[in-house]
Design a protein around this ligand. Structure first.
Ligand SMILES: Cc1cc2nc3c(=O)[nH]c(=O)nc-3n(C[C@H](O)[C@H](O)[C@H](O)COP(=O)(O)O)c2cc1C
Ligand code: SF4
Length: 519
């Protein structure tokens, strides 16, 4: 067998030149008349080292990065194919501290395998969870997921097994499994990375969900900004169908389950599950009032579970290894692992999957290595655009749903966006209000009108108009109305970034006076 070189084709790696590296590599080995197999993989998630390529040697895989096309010739000259020495040589990938410190369950195969190789998937433990599910009855599958303690990774942290139980018990001749791959949160990319790097794990998770609740059809709703993920998912579904892993007789069983990809409508609110269902049905993405719950009456009025990519992709491991193998990891009521995404002004940005419980400070200072600018970290926004800003004083908060909630924050989809000391927190607060105004679906008044009034009040404050204490009281009052009067979390959680900025960084609401007028 010719030696193998692994080059990622994940969108994050492509953005920094992975395609040119693959081309240069192909040309270089052809010129030398050497037979080499170039395998395109997902990313390991060490984005500051992308494009990172790996060579299979007698001593295992050896990584090099970040490699540019112009580095390929010198690398080949230095004996790349045998793992030769070079300034870009990183050594055994699993020994790189960022990777070594992780517990990879959901992302175990990502970056290792060819995402569209069914052989690779099966060789790395794929379809074992689905086989177990097919040998069990629906209640046993659902109760296994309940016992695992898995909570939704899309933002709300709702127990996945309880949602499945509700859909299983709901009466309906037709039911649906919907995967929420709208991934709109700032600084997040785990869904994309998983779909591009290990799409069969999501397909397997959705098939298990279908068998558990009695659904024969599923949709993956992917944001339109993810063309590579859309392409990989479509190809993977076609391959899985051809191999009998999807279709009328899943893995040769009497169970039917099939999937289709739907491309998102391009609004942040389309990630909210009921707006997503509206969009899937061909209407404008507007939030539905609850009840009924989607698990009772969802897509086309049928019982439907909507789950995030990461929730569904965690399920094959749980079925294959047992609920305890997952539940044994974690902290408090946050069980298992969380794929955390480190982004923003960050030295080592990427995907870090770990058991819950690491503190925010450990993540920011030790794992991420602080800022890319080298300046001190001043604020960290956790949980997307609706998440709170945490100052260094709160860096002892463990990564855990309840611990963040206790400090008026949320972990959401696991996005951690780092800011250095040049950040203007008043501007960030204004941005949060403006974001809510721009993305509001318009269904309820506090969000539709309140967010615009909120932006205006912050502008007045920053221009130094009126009395400062009065303006701040007005913002706090407005945030109360948004929090308790909004129909969904877009309006309901906008107070988190706004009020945390005011509470933890009050000096910026003095210093920035006039900033808006000046811009
Ligand atoms: C404004 C808004 C945007 C959301 N965007 C997403 C999203 O992009 N992806 C996601 O999985 N969940 C998103 N959610 C959460 C979903 O409504 C829902 O809770 C989730 O898809 C359920 O899956 P889970 O239980 O597996 O987390 C959003 C919620 C709101 C209010
Ligand atoms: S809070 Fe905003 S986005 Fe949510 S339903 Fe109300 S108007 Fe729509």
């Amino acid at each position: 067998m010719p030696p193998r070189i692994f080059v990622p084709r994940d969108a994050g790696a492509l953005a920094v030149g992975a395609e040119a590296v693959a081309r240069a590599l192909r040309a270089g080995v052809e010129r030398r008349g050497v037979a080499v197999e170039i395998v395109r993989t997902g990313s390991r998630g060490l984005y500051w080292l992308e494009p990172m390529l790996e060579v299979e040697t007698a001593a295992g895989r050896i990584a090099y990065g970040p490699v540019q096309a112009g580095d390929v010739e010198p690398l080949l000259e230095a004996g790349l194919l045998a793992g030769g020495e070079h300034a870009l040589r990183l050594g055994v990938p699993e020994e790189i501290p960022f990777l070594k410190r992780q517990t990879r369950l959901t992302f175990a195969r990502c970056g290792l395998v060819d995402p569209l190789s069914l052989e690779d998937y099966a060789a790395q433990g794929g379809w074992r969870g689905l086989s177990r599910a097919l040998a069990a009855n629906p209640t046993e599958i659902v109760e296994t997921v309940v016992r695992s303690g898995l909570r939704g990774r899309g933002g709300a942290g709702f127990p996945t097994g309880i949602k499945w139980r509700t859909a299983l018990e709901a009466a309906g001749a037709r039911k649906f499994v919907v995967c929420n791959a709208d991934e709109g949160d700032s600084g997040t990319f785990a869904d994309r990375m998983l779909m591009e790097g290990d799409p069969f794990s999501l397909i397997e998770g959705m098939a298990i969900a279908g068998i558990a609740i009695g659904a024969a059809e599923g949709y993956v709703y992917i944001r339109s900004e993810y063309p590579h993920a859309i392409e990989v998912m479509r190809s993977a579904i076609a391959l899985a169908r051809r191999a009998g892993c999807l279709g009328r007789t899943v893995l040769g069983s009497p169970h039917a389950f099939d999937l289709e990809v739907r491309v998102g409508a391009g609004a942040y609110v389309c990630g909210e599950e009921t707006a997503l269902l509206e969009s899937l049905e061909g209407r404008r993405g507007q939030v539905r009032a609850r009840p009924p719950l989607p698990a009772h009456r969802g897509l086309f009025g049928c019982p439907t579970i909507v789950n995030n990519v990461l929730s569904l992709a965690a399920v094959p491991f749980i079925l294959a290894e047992g609920a305890a193998a997952y539940a044994d990891l974690g902290f408090g009521r946050s069980r298992g692992t969380m794929p955390i995404q480190l982004a923003g002004n960050v030295r080592r940005g990427g995907l870090f999957e770990t058991a819950f419980g690491l503190t925010l400070g450990e993540l920011v200072d030790e794992v991420a290595g602080g800022t890319a600018s080298g300046r001190p970290v001043r604020a960290v926004q956790v949980g997307g655009p609706l998440g709170a800003y945490f100052p260094r004083a709160l860096f002892d908060t463990p990564f855990d749903y309840e611990a963040f909630a206790a400090r008026d924050g949320l972990i959401g989809h696991g996005g951690v966006v780092i800011f250095d000391d040049s950040v203007d927190m008043a501007r960030q607060a204004r941005f949060a209000m403006e974001f809510c105004a721009l993305e509001s679906c318009g269904k309820c008044t506090p969000c539709r009108i309140g967010s615009i009034r909120g932006t205006e009040v912050i502008d007045r404050l920053l221009r130094g108009e009126g009395d400062r204490a009065g303006q701040l009281a007005l913002i706090a009052d407005l945030c109360e109305t948004l929090k308790f009067g909004s129909l969904c979390a877009l309006g309901g959680f906008t107070p988190y970034p706004v009020m945390s900025a005011i509470r933890h960084f009050p000096e910026d609401f003095e210093a920035s006076r006039g900033a808006v007028a000046a811009r």
